[in-house]
Write a protein that binds this ligand. Structure first.
Ligand code: PMP
Length: 393
């Protein structure tokens, strides 16, 4: 980002709103404020807009329009996916140890028998990822039980960018269901994947898929959950019958129009942008590894998002690195912004190296990132390390 010489490298945390998205939202906010549930002409025009956008989203995902539930973001979509499918006692969930807090904390909430009224007894298996940050589908298979109701594995990790073998896991679950006559539901959080990876739900083989808009150059505060037809799921909030009776509340038409256009634009740019950023990312890694300081790459170097560079620089506190970089006009991050108040090391980094309590530094690239930005960032990091390494040896 060249605006006033600031380099924004925190796109995994938030993206700027695409100008085209902003313009259309502004127009809709002014012109289509009627409630989509109202039966007068003005309300009907909101309802038509809602249906058209739902149809367009469904087309991008290879889904049916009645399988798209608009929500307030990925946190809500993940909560709906988990709490909405795990409604009875004595059920079992399988997930991994590197999921986003909105999945892990929801599982933990269910896992604690006293955490929920009625003392719901739910067991959760947290399958550990391998050292490269990727889960082995065979380990998912071994974790499945007769009372497993849901498997939730993220498509791509928000901290280290590792891409999970979603199609393979879907196959494992399909086979398990066939042999055992069970109906294990497969959910994936595709929030970080949407910008760069194929998203056809049929080809991925998932029953539920979460997305948000704030990572795809759309507005914040809107997301969606894809719910495959016939998936047993119930609403978790109570109120009106909007969103096929799965998500009550007046639909926010400007935000829904915003996420739809953002999805369309990102889908169109995906292939080209993934290629461009993969080249930049690998150039960035190569330059970092040439520095005269010990630098560890976190996560698989190939099966990772094109925009993700996550490293550990032993001994030097990562929050200090983020602050020093910020003083140079470079905006990176330490771990997930959702957990930045938590002083403990990231659960994702801890999952990679057992017993090691190390920090991490995440640079996430985006549409405005250039080679010049990378050169300046590495040069700045080098001078920061020269200064700090005198104190932290
Ligand atoms: N899942 C992942 C993988 C994420 O990166 C995020 C955002 N940090 C979320 C879920 C939560 O998204 P939202 O802020 O839209 O609730």
């Amino acid at each position: 980002m060249s605006k006033s010489n600031k380099i924004y490298l925190d796109y995994a945390s938030a993206t700027p709103v695409d100008e085209r998205v902003f313009q259309v939202m502004q127009k809709i906010t002014k012109e289509n404020f009627a409630n989509a549930g109202a039966i007068h002409e003005f309300g009907v025009s909101s309802e038509i807009l809602l249906s058209q956008n739902r149809e367009e989203v469904a087309q991008i995902l290879g889904a049916h329009a009645d399988e798209i539930i608009f929500t307030s973001g990925a946190t809500e979509s993940n909560n709906l996916a988990i709490l909405g499918t795990v409604q009875k006692n004595n059920l079992h969930i399988v997930t991994t140890n590197i999921e986003h807090a909105s999945v892990l904390e929801t599982c933990k909430y269910l896992d604690l028998p006293a955490g929920r009224q009625g003392n719901q007894e739910i067991e959760v298996t947290y399958v550990p990822v391998e050292e490269n940050g990727i889960v082995n589908p065979e380990k998912i298979r071994k974790a499945l039980k007769k009372n497993t109701v849901l498997v939730s594995v993220m498509y791509a990790n928000n901290e280290i960018g590792t891409i999970q073998p979603i199609k393979e896991i879907a196959k494992v679950i399909r086979n398990f269901n066939k042999v055992n006559s069970t109906k294990v539901i497969f959910h994936t959080d595709a929030t970080q994947a949407m910008n760069y990876l194929p998203i056809n739900v049929e080809k991925l083989g998932v029953d539920l898929l979460s997305l948000n808009s704030g990572k795809i150059y759309g507005p914040k505060g809107v997301g969606l959950l894809y719910v495959k037809r016939k998936t047993p799921i119930t609403k978790i909030m109570h109120g009106g019958e909007q969103e096929f009776n799965l998500r009550p509340g007046t639909e926010n038409i400007p935000l829904i129009v915003g996420i739809t256009l953002a999805l369309k634009i990102t889908e169109k740019m995906k292939e080209k942008e993934a290629k461009r950023l993969t080249t930049l990312r690998d150039y960035f890694f190569a330059k970092l590894l040439k520095l005269q300081y010990e630098i560890k790459i976190n996560g698989d170097s190939v099966e990772r998002l094109p925009n993700n560079v996550n490293i550990t620089i032993p001994k030097i506190p990562s929050d200090l690195l983020v602050i020093e970089l910020s003083a140079h006009g470079i905006y990176a991050s330490e771990k997930s912004a959702c957990k930045s108040g938590d002083k403990k090391a990231s659960h994702v980094i801890q999952a990679l190296r057992e017993g090691v309590d190390e920090g991490s530094l995440r640079f996430s690239l985006g549409r405005s990132t250039t080679k010049k930005d990378i050169d300046y960032t590495v040069k700045s990091l080098e001078s920061i390390l020269t200064k700090l390494s005198k104190w932290y040896t």
